[in-house]
Each structure stands twice: as structure tokens, then as C-alpha cells.
Design a binder for this molecule. Structure first.
Ligand code: SF4
Length: 335
């Protein structure tokens, strides 16, 4: 059976225009050839530092941005080149929850109008049916239905995010892309929203692509996790394997910076990354991570490692794992 979502070699490059004639003088390689699948009812966490391309990946998959190359398939149907009209039925199946609950709601619309807007756009139901649907969605996300008349500024951050979730659910989608949906909220509210998302997933068999930089959040909600660095996926596996036995040096560094105690973090070697994330305008050749990697070898500087399945369901893109080399790694190379 086809997965709900399949992404193959997806790229999103943004041209840089300069000069009077607006000539293209370069590209921002925001997403540079990523591949993964998400099954029905599954959550894939997409994690990485800010600027790694994870939010752009989420928007490109929903075709809010046009892909530069690669394929996007929904239930085996190729939607990569569909125009806006032919995308309409797929838009109902794929919705987004945005990061900023303050900026993502139209301040001139009441909460009820915001939640019913997708129903109006897609011509679903009569006005009375829509009002009932909105009342049901409000209850389901933990808001009193009479609040439908209130405006966004009358709600707290957590309540606004609940409105955003109700809006995303309005058309009964199968896939929701959450673009850092809890990172703007207080920690105590984050837990409530994550638990709500997990309850809704059980109830409606939703699939999530959960974009985040916070490893603890990703660990809590995900079934599998993909780690991104400078536009590429460098490691992908189920969450327990990723947190217990990371293979890629970048994942190892991320986990050592934010240890999670239940995965034996105290026993893990501490890896400190030096330098900043290079610019996606001019990413390093070969392995994008070679400028910061403590294990860098000569070939890493010119040969990009492919994403390989090193163990069943455990994918990584690193020359250390060519030919079946396994974690734990040898001593780091001298700088
Ligand atoms: Fe480090 Fe080389 Fe692996 Fe890249 S390919 S992560 S530079 S060892």
C-alpha cells in the first residue's frame, strides 16, 4: 500500500536577484534533495537548527512554495506539478499549523469565522452546518463554543494555537504539517498543545510532519525523526534508535547539547560543535557538515555522502558509515 505522503529528492532553491536588470547571481539552497515517507497515523519529526530548511521543506510539501525539483506523492498520486485548481482536492487533505499563534490569525475576523473559512473556501456545507461544525471543533480543541464570536486579541497564546488547530481540522485532513507549532508558547502550554495534537491523532488517524528545533518536543510526539542540516536529511530512524544510538556526527552533537536523561545521556560523550552553520547560499562542497565535523576525512570535503540505510529503517548520510561501519565511532580526527 502506498504511504500517505512520499517525498523523493525534493529541492527548493530560491534565486538571488541583483543589479538593475535583476539578474540571477546565485541561489539559496534551502532544501537540497530530501526523501522520506509518512504513513497513515504516523508522526515524522523534522528537526534541525534554524535556517536548515525544515520550514521551507514543510511549505514546499504542501505546495505553498513550488518545488525546484523532486517528487511529492500523496497516496501514490504525483502532485508535484499540479496547478492550483487541480491541487484543490489535495489541499483539503493536507493542512498546516503555523508557528506564531499571534501572526497567523486574521485580527479582523472572529475566531468562528477563522475556523469556518476553509469550509467557505471549499464550499462545504450550508451556513447552519458550518456553525455546527465550528462549535464541534471548538469543543474538540478545548474552547467553549460561545468564544466563536470573540476576536484573536481576546485570546491567550495557547488559546490562539487551539484556534489554529481547529482551523486546520475543519476540512478533516489526513496530513497536518506543524511548523514549530509550540515553539512560541510557554513550556506549560506547550505540553497541553502537544497532548491535544496526540489525542486528535488517535481520534482521527492523522499523520503529522512535525517541524521543530526542540529535541525534547520532537522526542515526545514523533514516531520517527529526520535530522536536517543545511537543506539535507543527514539521519532518519525511529525515535528510540535515534536518541539511543545516533550514527551521524551532527545528530550526536545535537543530542549531546540537549541531553534527554531517559536515553542514557549521562553516559554519552560530549561533542561540542565549533563555528556557525554555513550559509545556504554557498554551502560547503562534499558533505555540508565537513566544516564542523570532528571526524572529517579528506573525501568528505569533495564527495557528498548519500543517505544510506545502514541498519533496517536507520538511514544516515556519512562516509563513516559506508561499507557497514557502525557506531560507536573511532576517536575524533585531530583538528
Ligand atoms: Fe563528518 Fe565526513 Fe561524515 Fe560528513 S561525511 S559527517 S564530514 S565524517
Amino acid at each position: 500500500m502506498s504511504p500517505l505522503l512520499e517525498v523523493e529528492g525534493l529541492k527548493k532553491h530560491f534565486p538571488i536577484h541583483t543589479g538593475v536588470f535583476s539578474r540571477i547571481s546565485g541561489q539559496v539552497y534551502a532544501v537540497d534533495g530530501i526523501s522520506f515517507r509518512i504513513d497513515r497515523g504516523e508522526t515524522l519529526g523534522l528537526v534541525g537548527e534554524s535556517g536548515c530548511g525544515k520550514s521551507t521543506a514543510g511549505r514546499t510539501i504542501l505546495k505553498l512554495l513550488e518545488p525546484t525539483a523532486g517528487k511529492i506523492r500523496v497516496r501514490g498520486e504525483d502532485i508535484t506539478d499540479l496547478d492550483q485548481d487541480r491541487m484543490l482536492p489535495y489541499r483539503r487533505q493536507m493542512q498546516m499549523i503555523y508557528q506564531d499563534p499571534y501572526a497567523s490569525l486574521n485580527p479582523r475576523m472572529s475566531a468562528g469565522e477563522i475556523v469556518s473559512e476553509p469550509l467557505v473556501i471549499h464550499g462545504v456545507g450550508a451556513p447552519k452546518d458550518r456553525r455546527e461544525r465550528v462549535a464541534h471543533l471548538f469543543e474538540r480543541v478545548g474552547l467553549r463554543p460561545e468564544l466563536a464570536k470573540a476576536y484573536p486579541h481576546e485570546f491567550s497564546g495557547g488559546q490562539r494555537q487551539r484556534i489554529g488547530i481547529a482551523r486546520a481540522l475543519a476540512l478533516s485532513p489526513e496530513l497536518i504539517v506543524g511548523d514549530e507549532p509550540v515553539s512560541a508558547l510557554d513550556v506549560s502550554i506547550q505540553a497541553q498543545i502537544i497532548n491535544l495534537l496526540m489525542d486528535l491523532q488517535d481520534e482521527y488517524q492523522l499523520s503529522y510532519l512535525f517541524v521543530a528545533h526542540d529535541l525534547a518536543v520532537v522526542e515526545h510526539i514523533s514516531d520517527r525523526v529526520a535530522v536536517m542540516y543545511l537543506g539535507r536529511i543527514v539521519e532518519m530512524t525511529d525515535k528510540t534508535t535515534l536518541f539511543e544510538t545516533p550514527l551521524h556526527p551532527y545528530t550526536e552533537a545535537l543530542l549531546s547539547a540537549v541531553p534527554i536523561a531517559k536515553y542514557g545521556a549521562r553516559d554519552r560523550r560530549r561533542v561540542i560543535l565549533t563555528g556557525d552553520v554555513p550559509s545556504p547560499i554557498n554551502p560547503p562542497p562534499g558533505c555540508h557538515f565537513h566544516t564542523r565535523c570532528p571526524y572529517v576525512m579528506a573525501r568528505c570535503r569533495h564527495e557528498a555522502p548519500p543517505l544510506c540505510e545502514v541498519q533496517s529503517g536507520h538511514w544516515t548520510a556519512c562516509h563513516l558509515h559506508d561499507g557497514g561501519v557502525r557506531y560507536p565511532l573511532a576517536k575524533p580526527a585531530e583538528p
